[in-house]
Design a binder for this molecule. Structure first.
Ligand code: AMP
Ligand code: MG
Length: 341
């Protein structure tokens, strides 16, 4: 990726009322603005303005078959765009604002460009105070996929967005690092006669969703893990996604990386381990949490992967998390980073 010349670009929009007002003005005139949400930074545009939405696809290099999530302040606002089922209302009441995306039957007003021609639309009410302030100030539904080139690691700081896009995205509202650091959970609750279906694991776990609904949630079928099969349910959830350019290899919890004497490698530990790498000297050790705190690991994962991707390692070894709760989501993203989704 070519390094942009920072002198040619406007400064970040500040996290102040003036910054929010400017972001809202730009969005109202059809300009794409990057803004923070609690999950990752989004590339936002007026969701009902096809020209603006087209720019999102073009800036990201995102295929038109990959539908976008529409953000709004609350159920009332988003009810003009999507038909809320009883399950959707229950989940929204318990989790919104927050990192949960609901797939619902769409209303006629939603352009096919947003939904990739489907009769459903994905909607979410973000919790980040700046995202909410912008939604309030512009009064628009905002399409906002992650502000990264398609397939690359999602951004969790304003600097990440600038590093990827430079002058292609001059307007970035700077809210500091995202608190959650992983993309939202996506659940299909479009059919009131069918159980909720988890399309993408995320910060809100399948167990929590089941508890809220009082019944189990359908999870992705491990026998249909091909892109083709998955594409039918949730397009865009490719096996290789959220990936650094550097090859990523996965390690079981507490497993050391194999000896790689001739290559400089990075070893990312979920929880700090006191184990020596098999080829000391050639393997630099990093950890996402001193104590194995999974929310902390999630928050720092993408920033560390970006840092290591820029550092010229031959390979990044990543320890998987224990496969429960948020660990399931972390492992999903790590598998996709390794191209094994
Ligand atoms: P993101 O890239 O984080 O904005 O998430 C967008 C993802 O949401 C897409 O790649 C799809 O997997 C999923 N999605 C969006 N709209 C729909 C929909 N109508 N039906 C199923 N999945 C959807
Ligand atoms: Mg994305």
């Amino acid at each position: 990726m070519s390094a942009p010349d920072p002198a040619q670009l406007p400064p970040f929009l500040p996290p102040t009322p003036a910054g929010v007002t400017r972001a809202a003005e730009l969005l109202r005139t059809g300009v794409v603005v990057a803004l923070p949400t609690e999950t990752v930074y989004g590339l936002a545009a007026h969701a009902l303005d096809e020209k603006a939405v087209r720019q999102i696809f073009s800036i990201k290099g995102r295929p038109l078959i990959d539908p976008l999530i529409v953000h709004g302040l609350d159920v009332d606002f988003l009810s003009a765009l999507a038909h809320f089922t009883p399950q959707a209302r229950e989940l929204a009441a318990a989790c919104w604002p927050g990192p949960l995306t609901l797939v619902l039957k769409k209303c006629a007003v939603v352009p096919g460009l947003i939904t990739a021609g489907r009769d459903t639309v994905a909607v979410r009410s973000p919790a980040h105070p700046l995202a909410r302030a912008v939604l309030q100030a512009c009064g628009l539904p905002l399409a906002a996929p992650s502000a990264n080139p398609f397939g690359y690691i999602s951004p969790t700081t304003a600097e990440h967005v600038r590093a990827s896009f430079g002058s292609k995205v001059p307007w970035i509202l700077d809210g500091g690092p995202c608190a959650v650091g992983l993309e939202s959970t996506i659940v299909d609750v479009s059919n009131p006669n069918k159980p909720a279906r988890l399309l993408r694991p995320g910060p809100i776990t399948a167990e929590s969703l089941a508890q809220i609904l009082g019944q189990p949630v359908h999870s992705p079928d491990s026998t249909s893990r091909t892109d083709e099969a998955r594409g039918l349910a949730a397009p865009g959830l490719l096996t290789r996604h959220y990936s650094p350019r550097t090859p990523v290899a996965l390690l079981k919890p507490a497993e050391p990386p194999p000896a790689m004497p001739s290559q400089r490698c990075a070893w990312v530990q979920m929880c700090r381990q006191n184990i020596e790498p098999t080829t000391p000297g050639n393997t630099d050790i990093f950890w996402l949490s001193e104590t194995g705190n999974l929310p902390q690991a999630a928050q720092g994962l993408y920033a560390l992967l970006r840092q290591l991707d820029d550092a010229g390692y031959a390979k990044i070894f990543c320890e998987l998390a224990p496969a429960t709760g948020l660990g399931v989501t972390l492992n999903d993203r790590l598998r996709r980073a390794a191209g094994q989704g």
